[in-house]
Design a protein. Structure first.
Length: 558
């Protein structure tokens, strides 16, 4: 079978290519530009995204080059209204990471190279051909300085940004609106009295201003402009004049690396998929940069689609799994569009009544630990779950853990050391957690292991017993999600199936072999599928993959 084509070598395309390559898939990355510019564009990676990058093997390098921001304060004029504190997040990464986009791309390109892939530069996609009835591959015509060439690929994913050629070629409409105001972005060194280790958002009758630390001594400044206020990016002197007009004459910028003014949009594609062609990231949704969610949403698109494509192509999962990409990600993207739109409008609101109201109301809101926790959990992405789809199994009853939610990350003890639960789960396969109040019975382990061996995916069986422990934040008020996992340990035996992206696929507070077999049949292809040649053609399972398919995984005991 031909390899997978990823169109676009930005963060989303590179992430997707790395996921597929790490799963043993052959990937071609087409990039229309000859090289990538060395300025930042997006810059904020939230905790949930960092957790996913940990599985990809790049989190440590990102941390070494980025800057961890643990608090973000919000002001009305000079009055501090409150602070969003990420330090008590239930995650290995209790912060958001500030890192310029070009550095992220460099790290991902190096990772892709280490996985045996590379970027094909100066390749413009000009045509896509596929049959929507019996297609087993897609024709992609690319153009470079030597002419046009058509290549066959098993799947094509457009990660080529807001002006996506792939989206246009599959006739997916990009409906939405353009904001009336413009945004000014400046990356520069700063002199001011503010805390240089925290993020700041100032709201006033003259607009808003965001000051975000970058690695080193640089900061990003974002503020709103009247549409058409500058016909070209302003000079640094003009930026200082603008800041003074907004009441920030004490902020002095120097050694500016990038100054840009642009209008932003809120748009979503009406189709995330046509046949074997998919869209991800800005190719299928764009929104206001307020909240720093765009880069994270796109990268999480890549993770959602990446493991599903790998599972289907390798034969582990039925083809219908691919339908769940749009089912899940469209809902999340719509939430992001709605939330960032509402936030942008609140930030830009110059009504004297609204300004007075937020000065009175927000300090009380921020004083609530429950609200603080919710703000940090939602902004970081760790509280955001997926809607129920064919990739999750609905449950009845009052289970504490719900299908679709992120598996809470806790520290577990193997008797010698502690490590995060997410770290012991495989990055490219499902996990079946057998969670017991004391020890998991040997018969249950044998039954689950035998059942796993009947399926191509061979989901990994992992025991969690009485030696599960909470980490250093046990005494904080922020353990509501971790508490769910702790409480389930009070059951005699529970089963939790976790997807490769660490979202829960199924949960049952008892062990029932018949029920578990039904669940496995919905999630995985049985080994008998290997005996059906037509199934292999449909699944895209090559002869090489058949003969080298993964063997059953050994169980992990904690």
């Amino acid at each position: 079978m031909n390899d997978i084509a990823v169109v676009g070598a930005g963060p989303v395309g590179l992430t997707l290519a790395c996921i597929l390559a790490s799963s043993g898939q052959q990937v071609t990355v087409y990039e229309r530009e000859k090289s990538k510019p060395a300025f930042s564009k997006a810059f904020a990676l939230h905790a949930r995204t960092l957790e996913l990058f940990r599985d990809l093997g790049v989190a440590d390098e990102l941390l070494s080059q980025g800057r961890a921001i643990r608090r973000m304060s919000i002001y009305s004029e000079a009055q501090r209204l409150g602070t969003v504190d990420f330090r008590h997040l239930e995650s290995e990464f209790p912060f958001f990471l500030s890192i310029p986009q070009y550095q992220l791309e460099n790290i991902l390109r190096e990772r892709l190279l280490a996985l045996g892939g590379e970027v094909s530069w100066n390749k413009k996609v000009v045509a896509i051909q596929q049959s929507l009835t019996d297609a087993i591959d897609v024709g992609v015509t690319v153009e470079d300085e030597t002419g046009q060439y058509t290549h066959r690929h098993s799947y094509v994913i457009g990660c080529d940004g807001a002006h996506s050629a792939v989206r246009k070629l599959i006739d997916s409409k990009f409906s939405g609106d353009t904001y009336d105001s413009e945004f000014l972005v400046v990356d520069a060194h700063i002199r001011w009295a503010g805390n240089k280790y925290e993020a700041h958002t100032f709201l006033s009758a003259k607009g808003y201003l965001m000051v975000m630390p970058f690695p080193g001594l640089k900061h990003r400044i974002v503020t709103d402009l009247q549409a058409g206020q500058f016909s070209a990016p302003p000079t640094l002197e003009q930026v200082h004049e603008l800041l003074a007009e907004k009441g920030f004459k004490d902020i002095q910028l120097y050694d500016a690396e990038w100054i840009s003014n642009t209008r932003y949009h809120k748009r979503m594609a009406d189709k995330f998929r046509v046949g074997r062609v998919f869209l991800a990231g800005d190719s299928c949704h764009i929104h206001s940069p307020v909240g720093g969610q765009g880069l994270n949403t796109g990268i999480q698109d890549a993770f959602n689609l990446g493991w599903k494509l790998a599972a289907v192509i390798s034969g582990d999962a039925p083809v219908r799994l691919l339908d769940t990409y749009e089912q899940e990600r469209r809902v999340i993207a719509q939430q992001v569009l709605d939330n960032t739109d509402a936030m942008t409008k609140r930030f830009a609101d110059k009504s004297p009544f609204k300004i007075a109201l937020r000065k009175w109301l927000l300090p009380m809101v921020f004083s609530s630990p429950k609200v603080q926790r919710k703000l940090a959990m939602n902004a970081s992405g760790v509280a955001i779950g997926n809607p129920v789809s064919a990739a999750t199994i609905p449950v009845t009853g009052n289970s504490l853990l719900k299908p679709g939610q992120r598996l809470p990350d806790v520290k577990v003890n193997d008797g010698n050391s502690q490590q995060w639960l997410h770290r012991i789960l495989p990055a490219n396969n499902y996990s079946v957690l057998l969670i017991a109040k004391n020890n998991v019975p040997a018969q249950v382990i044998e039954t689950a292991t035998a059942l796993s061996s009947h399926y191509l995916a061979h989901p990994k069986i992992i025991q969690l017993g009485a030696n599960l422990v909470l980490g250093s934040r046990k005494q904080s008020n922020d353990q509501w999600q971790v508490g769910q996992l702790e409480k389930i340990l009070n059951k005699e035996l529970a089963v939790v199936i976790v997807r490769p992206d660490k979202y829960i696929a199924y949960v049952c507070e008892s062990f029932n072999e018949t029920e578990l077999t039904k669940v496995f049949n919905q999630l995985f292809n049985p080994i008998s599928a290997l005996q059906n040649h037509s199934s292999l053609i449909t699944l895209g399972l090559s002869t090489h993959q058949q003969s080298n398919h993964k063997e059953a995984s050994n169980e992990v005991v904690l």
